[in-house]
Design a protein around this ligand. Structure first.
Ligand SMILES: *Cc1c(COP(=O)(O)O)cnc(C)c1O
Length: 417
């Protein structure tokens, strides 16, 4: 269906029902024109509306001071609730199962406090080999915090020799083999390096069959894949919002806790006043009564500017619809894959799975020699993607603001250099 003819790209853009969303975003410039931005997996672009959303809060603060908690246009006291429904739709959750708070690694720790409760028999954590460093550090520090040794308590599943993708059956057989010794299975939704999307549904089933809990780090999956956290029966999940969700650098993160845990008072947690029952929070009593929803894991009153920036982006996501975005994404990344395969550079190996169900928008290109030079030349020519040591260029067309023309331009520059 694809073609290397430039006209194919302009026709595909003309037919793209989501094409107008591109105009809602601000693109950095290169020699006076928009860059080809293929780096939404690292930092999403700024929506044109973000400034107005932030300005509203600055104005309300200016005019109302502390009264803004109740009388701002969007009152600060319940501000995080304005994001709940959209967030729930985005990850396939019930509204009480989600909350936006803190940052990703912080939320991962908070979730492990609740859901990694090792016992003498059941104390191991299963993660993907080459997980994002922060996840590896977080997991190992939790293991040590409980007086255990990562050497024995951490199990990593990796690709087989000579392969780049982790086979689901290998994950399942490790879980089965270790069975009752596993306390927690913690996987990425999409691996940041290879771009592989894991079969979260199957991983959850395998873990639950052995009686262990399951959590997902959705940093590269939220706003990229269609997710069904509630139906998959996932115990918890965490994600950041500055990648595909365009909330701005260091933006506030998301957190999911399955319905069956949110009302369970036996679940241990770190507590803070913002997680306390809203009706009695301001009685300032000494005993913590958690809100019976994911909000019960909140610690502090949240950063309103960050919430406002995230709202600007989620309002756009809601309009576009995650299903539509995913449909375009498959076509867009398929096109990128096609063009790379047609390219005269024969030294590029795509390590991301070829099956669109096993990946999101990112393709990871392994270039055994001279990859860094190629990457630098792409940058000099106004193509923004990123480099991951030792030999990978990550390229991620985001369906919300990238066009088929962008992907074609990447190919053109690749051919020119
Ligand atoms: C981006 C990313 C992070 C970043 O963590 P922060 O706490 O937001 O700095 C963590 N884990 C994964 C898998 C990531 O891709």
């Amino acid at each position: 269906m694809y073609s290397t003819d430039k006209k194919w790209a302009s026709d595909a853009d003309a037919e793209d029902p989501l094409r107008l969303f591109r105009d809602r975003f601000l693109f950095p410039k290169h020699r006076g024109s928009d860059v080809v931005y293929l780096c939404g997996n690292s930092l999403g672009l700024q929506p044109k509306t973000t400034r107005a959303y932030l300005d509203q809060e600055l104005k309300d603060w200016e005019n109302l001071g502390v009264e803004g908690h109740f009388h701002a246009k969007h009152p600060w006291m319940p501000y995080h609730e304005f994001l709940t429904d959209q967030t729930a739709r985005l990850v396939g959750a019930l509204p009480p199962e989600v909350v936006v708070m803190n940052s990703l690694t912080v939320n991962l720790h908070l979730m492990m406090v609740s859901f990694y409760r090792p016992t003498k028999e059941r104390f191991k954590i299963v993660i993907e080999k080459h997980a994002f460093p922060s996840d590896q550090y977080a997991v190992k520090s939790q293991i040590r915090f409980h007086g255990l040794d990562p050497e024995t308590a951490l199990l990593e599943v990796g690709p087989r020799d000579g392969e780049s993708i982790i086979r689901t059956e290998d994950i399942e057989s490790l879980i089965k083999k270790e069975g009752k010794a596993i306390a927690l299975v913690l996987f990425g939704g999409v691996n940041y390096y290879s771009g592989q999307a894991f079969e979260m549904n199957r991983i959850t089933k395998a873990a639950h069959a052995e009686g262990s809990l399951v959590g997902f780090d959705l940093a590269h999956a939220a706003g990229n894949l269609t997710l069904q956290l509630h139906d998959w029966d996932t115990d918890f999940a965490v994600w950041c919002t500055y990648k595909y969700l365009n909330s701005g650098p260091g933006g506030i993160a998301g957190c999911f806790v399955h319905e069956r845990h949110i009302k369970d008072p036996s679940v241990h947690r770190m507590a803070g006043w913002w997680g306390h029952d809203k009706s009695t929070r301001f009685f300032m009593g000494p005993d913590f009564q958690p809100i019976p929803s994911a909000e019960g894991w909140q610690l502090s009153n949240p950063p309103i500017f960050q919430l406002a920036a995230l709202r600007a982006s989620l309002d756009i996501f809601d309009e576009a619809g995650m299903e539509n975005l995913r449909a375009k994404s498959k076509k867009l990344t398929g096109y990128l894959e096609f063009l790379i395969r047609q390219s005269s550079r024969k030294d590029i190996e795509i390590i991301t799975p070829g099956d669109p169900e096993q990946r999101g928008c990112q393709l990871s290109l392994r270039i055994p020699a001279g990859g860094k030079i190629l990457f630098e030349k792409l940058s000099k020519n106004g193509v923004v993607c990123d480099w991951r040591e030792p030999d990978v260029i990550r390229v991620a067309p985001a369906p919300l603001y990238n066009s088929f023309g962008d992907v074609y331009r990447f190919y053109e520059v690749l051919e020119q250099i």
